[in-house]
Design a protein around this ligand. Structure first.
Ligand code: NAD
Length: 248
């Protein structure tokens, strides 16, 4: 018994690879799902079908996480529907790769806006609810790139390093209210995001993975479930790698 039955779990970027795996994993534990993504139109039908199969209670929320006011509404929608907000998973993320010398200002701003400010927006609007509940869990998806950097990803790695700072500060500020805050740092996980990489880059990354396989979205989802569960109640302010031993 993980203690997640009936809990309200909000997941951003929930139609993507890791987000969808997370939604399915939490559904299996009896959680109620508030699933946030840019839209829930036709492109997400397969995800919606998979969620429907689980029989979980679910609210689909279309919201741009970078939009402060839209996030306020999204949090309100989830809270009103389910009566609590127990777990918030800041998972939505984008890449706009390019060498720093050529990076467009707009590509820097948009990646920081979605990846970092998006996470802040949800913390900012969910924390008052969790504070009143005297319980809550924030799980923020960073990346090993936020710890070690990566050529071509100045914007992305800065956003992920920022998420780590946000995570630790929230853990310190809100710990006394029984709210935990942790970051997950995935390595190389097979999703649409990494599909876009060239075979050369993939082979190079693969050669650094001691476990000799790429990560699966489920590998990340299982850690999310653990951190959100009763078993994770004394873990806060941490950055936990899920990377097949890629980062050491
Ligand atoms: P993905 O592209 O499959 O999913 C990302 C999701 O975020 C998509 O559904 C997309 O629609 C959504 N999204 C993008 N911008 C949004 C916005 N403004 N508002 C709301 N939703 C938005 O990628 P993924 O691999 O599942 O990535 C999930 C998270 O994991 C990201 O934060 C990513 O940076 C992180 N991550 C992934 C890897 C990897 O190897 N795949 C490694 C490290 C970290």
């Amino acid at each position: 018994e993980l203690g997640l039955n009936g809990k309200c779990v909000l997941i951003t970027g929930a139609s993507g690879g890791i987000g969808c795996a997370a939604a399915l994993a939490f559904a299996k534990e009896g959680a109620k799902l508030a699933l946030v993504d840019l839209d829930w139109g036709e492109r997400t039908q397969a995800v919606k079908d998979a969620i429907a199969q689980t029989g979980a209670e679910v609210e689909y929320i279309a919201c741009n996480v970078a939009d402060f006011d839209a996030v306020e509404k999204a949090v309100k929608t989830a809270h009103e529907r389910f009566g609590s907000l127990d777990v918030v998973i800041n998972n939505a993320g984008i890449t706009k790769d390019g060498l720093v010398m050529r990076m467009k200002e707009q590509d820097f701003d948009s990646v920081i806006g979605v990846n970092l400010k998006g996470a802040f927006n949800f913390v900012r609007h969910a924390a008052p609810i969790m504070t009143r509940q005297r319980s809550g869990r924030f799980i923020n998806v960073a990346s090993i790139v936020g710890v070690v950097g990566n050529p071509g990803q100045a914007n992305y790695s800065a956003s992920k390093a920022g998420i780590i700072g946000l995570t630790k500060t929230v853990a310190k500020e809100l710990g006394s209210r029984n709210i935990t805050s942790n970051a997950i740092a995935p390595g190389f996980i097979e999703t649409a995001m990494t599909d876009a990489l060239s075979d050369k880059v993939k082979a190079e990354l693969n050669s650094h993975i001691s476990l000799r396989r790429l990560g699966k979205a489920e590998d990340v989802a299982r850690l999310m479930v653990f951190l959100a569960s009763d078993a994770g109640s004394y873990i806060s302010g941490q950055v936990i790698g899920v990377d097949g031993c890629m980062s050491i």
